[in-house]
Design a protein around this ligand. Structure first.
Ligand SMILES: C[S@@+](CC[C@H](N)C(=O)[O-])C[C@H]1O[C@@H](n2cnc3c(N)ncnc32)[C@H](O)[C@@H]1O
Length: 247
């Protein structure tokens, strides 16, 4: 693997930084044209221990590279010293899955999120709960390498797209806000679109205008709000507790 060919691929591909990101991407069907490790045997030993289901695939993929090469490929090397590039799923395929009805699991919308770590944590949650997809509005790139690292490569286990509010998928829109009705009195349907506001300013006026139901998470009065990813976790847990199709 030369720096030039890695860089050429990296212009359009998704950086998988670390063993867990590569493991998840392969497990959920990502196309991975190149994967490198500082110590190939150590990486395969990790696969034997943590991911025997993808061990053979990793054996076929991984190329050992010397440390200077590895450091030139990955700006902030992961402790597992494994990195790869994956082909980003097509936008058309993602939009098709988001629009497909009847939907058996919600879509999560992050309305203009600002924090890359929060976006990654939400994608990891979405994968764990088997939701249909995560949509962001605004300027944050949900495929940014820091988001993919935070999501542990689980972008390939759900749909991840950036859309405008008018482009949001169909379905009843439940927006989460501390001023809403208590979520504990509401059963969230499987075709729900669950929207969450930005860390700084909450839900935008445009998203509020599209909202069918405003819901709140239980919180004592002196506390202003929860963290964004934590709010998504509680809401998805509430959905899963009332849905026979949730994992
Ligand atoms: C950090 S909060 C935003 C705080 C922001 N300063 C505001 O004015 O709303 C990020 C998002 O998490 C969700 N959230 C946080 N606490 C919540 C609660 N108690 N009930 C419902 N949603 C909540 C909302 O969607 C909120 O927009």
């Amino acid at each position: 693997m030369t720096l030039a060919s890695w860089n050429r691929l990296a212009e359009t591909a998704v950086l998988l930084d670390g063993f867990h990101a590569l493991k998840h991407a392969v497990r959920f069907g990502a196309e991975v044209p190149v994967a490198v490790a500082l110590d190939r045997e150590a990486a395969l030993a990790l696969a034997d221990e943590l991911a025997p289901d993808v061990r053979d695939a990793l054996d076929a993929l991984l190329t050992e590279v010397p440390e200077p090469t590895y450091r030139s490929l990955v700006p902030r090397p992961h402790p597992t010293a494994v990195a790869a590039l994956a082909v980003r799923p097509s936008r058309a395929a993602g939009l098709g899955k988001l629009a497909h009805t009847p939907r058996t699991a919600p879509v999560v919308v992050l309305d203009n999120p600002r924090n890359l770590g929060n976006a990654g944590a939400v994608i990891r949650l979405a994968a764990g709960f088997g939701v249909t997809g995560v949509v962001t509005t605004g300027t944050l790139d949900p495929w940014h390498p820091t988001v993919v690292r935070g999501g542990a490569g689980l972008h390939f286990a759900t749909v991840v797209e950036r859309l405008t509010v008018p482009e949001l998928p169909p379905g009843p829109l439940f927006a989460l806000d501390p001023e809403g009705d208590d979520i504990r009195g509401v059963k969230l349907p499987d075709d729900a679109v669950l929207a969450f506001g930005s860390e700084r300013s909450g839900l935008s006026a445009e998203l509020r205008a599209r909202t069918d139901h405003l819901l709140s998470l239980p919180m004592r009065p002196q506390v202003s709000s929860y963290n964004l990813a934590t709010s998504v976790a509680m809401t998805l847990y509430h959905w899963s507790a009332g849905s026979p199709s949730a994992p």
